[in-house]
Design a protein. Structure first.
Lengths: 246, 246
C-alpha cells in the first residue's frame, strides 16, 4: 500500500508521500513515490504515485524520457501549454502502461493499476492539483475539496478533515501531514517511513523546500509521541459521559 | 457498510454498533445490529453483526428459534456449557446460512458473507469476547488485543489505539466509542446514527445498561462538535514544524 496527500493552500502546494512498497508483508522495500520536474521561471510540476510499482516507475520514466529525447519531445509535460494538458499527457501515459502490462486489454487491470496525483503551475496561470485514475481520466481539486489522498487514506483522514484550513502556513501543513501520516503508520504496516515532503510556493515557478523525514528525525519523534498524549488530553477535555437516570 | 466495536475491560464488556444498512448509496435503511440473550443469574450473551443483512438476520433468528422451540433446543446458545461452545454454535449457524444462500457452495461467497462479534459470560467462568468469521471459525480477544472492530474500522481506529485502557470506566469507554463513531460517521456515508450501546458488568450475569443514541442526543452533539475543537487544540499544543536551515 501507500499513503500520499496533496493539498492546495492559498500559499501553494504541499505533497507528502511515504516510501514503503510491499509485495506481501514479507517483501518490503523503500522506493521514492514523489517526483518533480521544473523549467525554472516557467513551470513546476510535482507528482505522487500509488499502485503497482512497475507501472508507476514506467510512467515516470516515460514522462522523463519524453523530456530528454528531442525526437520524442511531443507530447512533453514540460511543453504542454496548460496544467490540464499536462494532466492529459500523464493520464494517457498511465493508461498506456496499464494496458500494455495487461497485454493490450481495454479495461484497467487491477493487477497493474496505479493512481497519480499531479500538481503544479505554469507561468501566467494559477496552480492546479489533479488526481489521475488508471483509465487516464482525472479530477481536479477545488475550494470544496482542496486536498486529495491516495492509498491507505482512512486512518489519517479525520485529523485532516478537522484541521485543514486553506489559509494555513506551509509549516502548519507539514505538521498536520506528519500527524496524519504518523496515525496511519501506527495503524498499518503497509505505510512506512521515511516520508518525502515537497512544498511549492505559488508563483515561485521552481521547486520549494523538500525534505526526507526518517525515524531519526527529532521533530517526527516529538509529533509521534506527543500526539498520543495530546489526543488523550483532548479526550479528557471533553465532558464526561453519564448514563441517563433509569 | 457498518461500524461495530466490542471491548473487554477489567469491569466487563462494552459493545457499540451503528444501525445503517445500505444497498448502494440510494438505498439506506436503519436496522438493529446489536442483539442480546440472557438467563439471569446464569449467562448473558451479546452479539454485533456486520455484512449481508439477510445473512445476519437469519443467523439471529436461527439462534433465537433454537432457544424457543424445545424440539430444536440442541444446540442452544443458552445451554452450551462454555462461551467457546456458544461461539462454535454461532459460527456453525453463520456458516450454514452463508452456504445455504450460496446454493451449498463450500467457500464463503462474499455476496452473502457476514462477520459476528460475540461476547458474554457464563456463571463460574470469566467473560469472553470472540470475532466469528463467515467460514464459522473465530478468534478470541486477549490482553494483547482487548477490542475488536467490524466493518468500516479505519477512521475510528487511531483514537482507540491511543486512548484505550482496560482499567477505564464504562462511562469513559462509552465516551471513547462515541468519539470513534463520530469520526467515522463524519468521514463515511455508509455508517450512520442512531448508535446502540450495550454494557455488561462482569459477574452480573444479566444485561447492563443499554442505550440508543440518535442525532437529538445532547451529549452526542457535544462530543461531535467538541471533538473537532479539542483536536484542533491538541494539534496546536504540539510544537511547530520548521524547515531545517539550508
Amino acid at each position: 500500500m501507500t499513503y500520499c496527500v496533496g493539498m492546495i493552500l492559498d500559499r501553494g502546494l504541499v505533497f507528502m508521500t511515504d516510501t514503503r512498497t510491499n509485495a506481501g508483508v514479507d517483501n518490503i522495500s523503500i522506493f521514492r513515490k514523489l517526483f518533480t520536474w521544473e523549467q525554472p521561471g516557467e513551470r513546476f510540476l510535482v507528482m505522487a504515485t500509488a499502485g503497482n510499482l512497475a507501472t508507476t516507475q514506467a510512467v515516470v520514466s516515460m514522462l522523463d524520457e519524453r523530456n530528454r529525447t528531442p525526437a520524442e519531445r511531443n507530447p512533453s509535460i514540460l511543453e504542454a501549454p496548460s496544467m490540464f494538458q499536462v494532466a492529459r499527457i500523464a493520464g494517457r501515459t498511465l493508461r498506456e502502461v496499464v494496458r500494455d502490462s495487461a497485454g493490450g486489454s481495454e479495461a484497467a487491470d487491477p493487477t497493474f493499476s496505479a493512481t497519480l496525483m499531479l500538481g503544479g503551475q505554469i507561468a501566467g496561470m494559477p496552480p492546479r492539483l489533479f488526481m489521475i485514475y488508471p483509465e487516464g481520466n482525472f479530477v481536479e481539486a477545488s475550494a470544496d475539496t482542496p486536498f486529495f489522498q491516495l492509498g491507505e487514506t482512512k486512518y489519517g483522514r479525520p485529523i485532516i478533515l478537522r484541521t485543514f484550513d486553506p489559509a494555513m502556513s506551509f509549516e502548519d501543513a507539514a505538521k498536520l501531514l506528519l500527524v496524519s501520516f504518523d496515525s496511519t503508520i501506527k495503524a498499518n504496516l503497509s505505510v512506512g517511513l521515511p516520508l518525502d515532503l515537497q512544498i511549492y510556493e505559488t508563483d515561485a515557478l521552481k521547486a520549494g523546500r523538500a525534505l526526507r523525514i526518517d525515524q531519526s528525525d527529532g521533530y517526527y519523534q516529538t509529533i509521534s509521541t506527543g500526539w498520543g498524549a495530546a489526543l488523550r488530553q483532548a479526550f479528557q477535555s471533553l465532558p464526561d459521559f453519564s448514563f441517563p437516570a433509569d
